[in-house]
Each structure stands twice: as C-alpha cells, then as structure tokens.
Design a protein around this ligand. Structure first.
Ligand code: PA5
Length: 449
C-alpha cells in the first residue's frame, strides 16, 4: 500500500483529461522500456529493483557500521557532491529537527556536516577549525572516485584526522563508498584498509540514495533505513503492478509535466511549505535537471520554500513570464503542535487566529497560494504525503526516480547520462594546468586574460 497521492485538478485550466488520456499508450510503452531495459541508458537501471533486491546482509552491515560510527564520534563529515551528497542530505534534513544542534548538544545524535560539495576556501577552513576539538569520523562518497571537489576535501580532512588521531585510529574513522574496482578512492580505500561499501555499477549518482550512498549517512544520523527501503519497495511494487495511467502516480506526473512542457510551460518550480524539505527540493532539482536537460531540451527545475519565498519569488510566479508550472509537495500532518495564543490587548489584531494551530495557517496559505497561482496562469501539480517519515520519504524518492525515467523517455532523451557536466571540468583542469591539458590551457588562458 502506498500513501503518496498525485492530484492534477489544478492543471486542468491548461490541459484536459482527454489530452492526458491520449498519452496512455505512450506512458505504458515508456514504462515497459524501463522494466525490460530496452531504452536509452539501459545499463544504468540498477535503481529500478533496488528496494526489493537490497539484501538483509547489506542492511545489517550498514546498521552495524552506523552504530560503530555513532559510538565513535560526535560529529560525522559526509564528503561528496551531486548524487553523492544530495540524497542523504535531503533525507536527513527532512527527518531531523530544524535545529539539529539541539539533538547534538543533548548527545542524542551525532551532528552530520558536509564537505566536498564546494571548493570554498572559507567553508573548508571553517569546517576544519570547527573539527579541531571534535571527536569525528568521515564518510567519503564518490562513485567515480575521481571527482575533484570531494577528492580535495577528503585529502584535507584525512590529513586533519591523521594529525589529530594518528594514522592507525584515522583508518578506523574513515568509511569509503565507491566503485567496486575503479578510481582513486577505491585504490586509497584498499591501500589503507578503510571499511568500504560499493556503489553498484548500474546505479548512477543521482539515483543512488537507496544504496549505501544514502543509507549509511541516514543510519548514522539515527533514522530507520529499513522503513525508508520499505516505503520505496511499496512504491516500486505499486508502480510495477499498475501500468494504468490514472492510478500510477509516477506515470501520471511524467505525462502531465510533458504535456505542460509542450504547451510552453518550460520551467517547473517545486514548492514546499516546510523548511526542512528544502534539500528534498535540491535533490529533485539535480535528479530532473541532470536527467532531462540535454539535446537542447528539458524542463528547467527550480525550487522555492513557501511562505518564505512568497516574499521574494511570489511576485514573479504570480505575474511574470507565463512559462511556469508548479509541483507542490504537500505534507498533511506536522510533527508538533503550536497554537496561537489569545492576547488580552490584541494590539497586533491577531486574536481572530487565537486557538488556531500554525499548521492550519500554513495550510490556508498553501490553499490560497495554489488558487492564486492557478488563477494567474500557473498550473499546479500536487504531490501529497500524509506526513514526513522514513516510509513516506522512501515512497517519494522512488516515485520521483521512476517519474524522471518515464518523463525522460517521453522527452526522448537519455535520463541516465550527463555528458554536459564534463565541459566545465575540462576547462577547470586546463586552467589548473593539469598534466594532459596543455593545449587547452594555452587557449583558455588567452580567453581569460
Ligand atoms: O548524478 C550524478 O551522476 C552526478 O551528480 C554525480 O553524483 C556527481 O558528479 C558526483 O560524482 P561521483 O560520485 O563520481 O564523485
């Protein structure tokens, strides 16, 4: 049984049910290509059966390692970028208190901090300074094992850890997640005997959150990875056994966004009303942007956090260029209750809200905003979860992954490669005078002088 629902009523000013129905055969065909592995990028479909095929042995191993790390350390640095960072961060942020420091200072959970997703000197300096007096461990994640940003961060952190604890203990505090046989990180992990996990060959970075890439950091942060996998498994089974478009949320989402795109809605804004969902949006942006933005096509994925961004982006969304649709991730139940108190003087004029919960006010903001945006020509797709939990996030992750695969195939792109990411890397290496890039170095230096 799945709990996630997709509602499309608020797109029906722009598209019709008949138009959606016309896509039924197409949607079935594209799903079939995913399941029988006959579409583009079919050597990267390992994520499709991941939830149902993950072994008890692997889950237990990850849980035991997570326990060890939790005993060993008060702070855990997760090193990685893109798909090797965003999935874990999205799940951890969504499930954690908005003030992680509270749980950390009470000794309930280690503090998870991130590195390798930036080359900012100030960020790195300040992180190392913060770690000086901390008892910490490192989880380093890189599928290729050669990505520059995490490689630099890991070199600095490894050095810091070895100076602090000595080489032997540092080895016990470093955990590597990488390819089974290739890449510098694999070589380093083997040489130094770090406890390691493998990212399967046929799972690309942005589809890897349900491998050790996401599961180990999430378990270290204190969350139940079995429930996360169970939620994803429920979604996997539901989608596989329900090709019917209107009951298959991933296919429906893929179809509706593609019809909107063909009608000129080339930007999709994911909106959520809870600040701890911000990294879910970041993860989604990477998943869809990197999967679909190619061959001069693709919906541009953007993100907002409401009501905060109604005071910055709200004007544009309401009245700017009409090439936008929104996907609103709605969470029905909050974790906590906060009631607005009565004030005897009522100088702020808020007594009309006395006794009402903040979640009620937020929900009315959500309903009111959706209606205003729809009236302003911005169709809204709703993705509804009953609450934020490991289980519902597992459903959400798998739903978006499958939606992305189907959508990419409808768009006629390969949703599993990212050839465009290489362009900046080549220029950066040339400008950094990496051996082998001599010709490009000379050309580029002329252009920036
Ligand atoms: O989705 C992807 O493939 C990318 O975003 C990668 O995850 C990112 O570039 C990091 O790569 P790696 O894990 O090889 O360091």
């Amino acid at each position: 049984m799945i709990t996630l629902k997709v509602k499309i009523d608020k797109t029906l000013d722009t598209i019709t049910r008949d138009e959606i129905k016309l896509f039924e055969t197409e949607a079935v065909l594209q799903q079939k290509k995913v399941y029988d592995r006959s579409g583009a990028g079919n050597d990267f479909l390992g994520w499709v059966n991941l939830p149902s095929q993950i072994t008890e042995e692997l889950l237990t191993d990850i849980e035991q390692t997570a326990q060890k790390i939790r005993k060993q350390s008060k702070v855990v640095v997760v090193v990685g970028i893109g798909g090797s960072n965003l999935g874990a961060r999205a799940v951890i942020d969504a499930l954690s208190s908005n003030f992680h420091l509270m749980e950390y200072s009470r000794g309930e959970h280690p503090l998870v901090v991130y590195a390798g997703h930036t080359i900012s000197e100030d960020y790195t300096h300040e992180l190392l300074e913060f770690l000086n007096d901390k008892d910490y461990s490192i989880i380093v994640i890189s599928k290729s094992g050669t990505t520059t940003e995490p490689a630099i961060a890991f070199r600095l952190l490894k050095n810091h850890l070895e100076n602090k604890f000595g080489d032997q203990e540092a080895k016990e505090r470093i955990y590597a997640i990488t390819d089974a046989s290739r890449g510098a990180l694999k070589t380093l992990a083997t040489e130094k005997s770090y406890k390691s996990y493998v990212i399967p060959d046929d799972v690309g970075g942005r589809y890897s959150v349900l491998t050790p890439v996401g599961l180990l950091p999430v378990a270290v942060a204190g969350f139940d990875i079995r429930k996360l996998v169970e939620g994803a498994r429920n979604m996997e089974q539901h989608l596989k056994s329900t090709p019917d478009l209107f009951n298959n949320p991933a296919a429906l989402y893929a179809v509706v966004r593609n019809i909107l795109y063909r009608k000129g809605k080339t930007t999709e804004i994911m909106a959520s009303y809870l600040p701890n969902m911000m990294f879910i949006t970041e993860w989604w942006k990477q998943l869809y942007g990197e999967s679909e933005g190619k061959d001069t096509k693709g919906i541009f994925p953007a993100g907002v956090n409401f009501t905060t961004d109604l005071h910055s982006m709200g004007q544009y969304i309401q009245e700017g260029l009409r090439n936008i649709f929104e996907t609103v991730v709605r969470i029905e139940k909050t974790r906590h209750k906060v009631e607005i108190p009565t004030d005897k003087d009522d100088l702020d004029g808020l007594n009309f809200l006395a006794g009402k919960r903040l979640s009620y006010v937020n929900k009315m903001a959500e309903e009111g905003t959706m209606l205003a945006h729809v009236d302003g020509g911005v169709p809204n797709i709703e993705v509804i979860l009953p609450e934020i939990s490991e289980q519902t996030l597992g459903e959400l992750i798998y739903f978006f992954e499958m939606g992305c695969a189907i959508s990419g195939y409808i768009l006629e792109v390969n949703p599993f490669d990212q050839p465009g990411v290489e362009a900046y890397k080549k220029n950066m290496f040339a400008l950094l005078e990496k051996p082998g890039f001599e010709k490009q170095t000379a050309e580029l230096k002329k252009r920036i002088s």
